[in-house]
Design a protein around this ligand. Structure first.
Ligand SMILES: C[S@@+](CC[C@H](N)C(=O)[O-])C[C@H]1O[C@@H](n2cnc3c(N)ncnc32)[C@H](O)[C@@H]1O
Length: 260
């Protein structure tokens, strides 16, 4: 008899430590079924044995499951608020040693954008970015610093001119000088400890895949992770309705502060 999704979730956790219980089930099942069909397998049981025996299929599975579309300066209006209002506030509060965490950073478009907007302002060259994701493949891509043209379509021209060189007709390379600000590391938001004393946490376009309970627990852990006066920057797809209950104050759309 074909084993069910409960069995599949347990096996996936053993193999990858990804807890599918925390992800919205309908969406996940649809993606998993697509992969099973793509590999001409018959169901969860044969897929599990394939995941155990074939490293490439396993990497493909994690990569496919975790949906890693990203781009530079994604949702420009929100980045403008960061540049105009939030960076000056953080600089005033924390001086030049600003600690930033780009959580679920995918292919690195987000942490490199952070490095650009922070290093572009005079006197702010002393900051560090901890850039994490659960998916090793996207982190390897991020470290290479090579991007398709379309990833840059929302990035203001002055940043493009300053921080990119053309690789070939279809790709650009980000200025390697930005790499020194960024430490890329594998990190699972549902399992690993969160760093402490962060001044800015950027977590965008990932919590949408999680259940309400998982999302709530992460918002609380981000709160603990922030230094007083630190700011959480969310994406348009993340909604934090009960932010007051946790202790946050809203600074602007998508920006939440842990009060001083
Ligand atoms: C759509 S991308 C968002 C990238 C970037 N933050 C942005 O807004 O453009 C979602 C990322 O979340 C990552 N992700 C999914 N589940 C995760 C988890 N449990 N822990 C850490 N990262 C996770 C995926 O690997 C993927 O790279």
């Amino acid at each position: 008899m074909e084993l069910d999704y409960e069995y599949f979730k347990r096996e996936v956790y053993k193999i990858t430590q990804i807890d599918l219980n925390a992800y919205k089930e309908k969406q996940m099942k649809r993606r998993i079924d697509t992969l099973i069909l793509r590999h001409h397998l018959t169901g969860y049981e044969s897929f599990v044995s394939c995941l155990k025996n074939d490293k490439e299929v396993l990497e493909e599975f994690v990569n496919y499951l975790t949906i890693n579309v990203s781009e530079f300066y994604r949702n420009p209006d929100q980045w403008r608020i960061l540049e105009k209002d939030i960076i000056p506030l953080l600089s005033e509060r924390f001086g030049s040693g600003i600690k930033i965490w780009s959580a679920a950073c995918s292919t690195g478009d987000e942490p490199y954008t952070l490095a650009m907007v922070f290093s572009d302002k005079p006197g702010r060259s002393d900051f560090s970015i901890y850039a994490t994701d659960i998916d090793k493949q996207v982190l390897d891509q991020a470290k290479s610093g090579i991007y398709p043209k379309k990833a840059l379509s929302d990035l203001p021209k002055e940043y493009k001119d300053k921080y990119f060189s053309t690789e070939n007709d279809a790709t650009f390379k980000v200025d390697p000088s930005l790499r020194k600000y960024i430490r890329f590391e594998k990190h699972n938001l549902l399992l690993d400890p969160f760093p402490k004393n962060q001044h800015l946490i950027v977590c965008r376009n990932v919590l949408i895949y999680f259940t309400e309970e998982a999302k709530e627990a992460i918002f609380e852990k981000f709160y603990d992770s922030l230094a007083p006066g630190g700011v959480l920057f969310l994406g348009s797809t993340e909604q934090m309705i009960n932010y007051k209950k946790i202790g946050y104050e809203r600074k602007a759309s998508f920006f939440f502060e842990k009060p001083l």
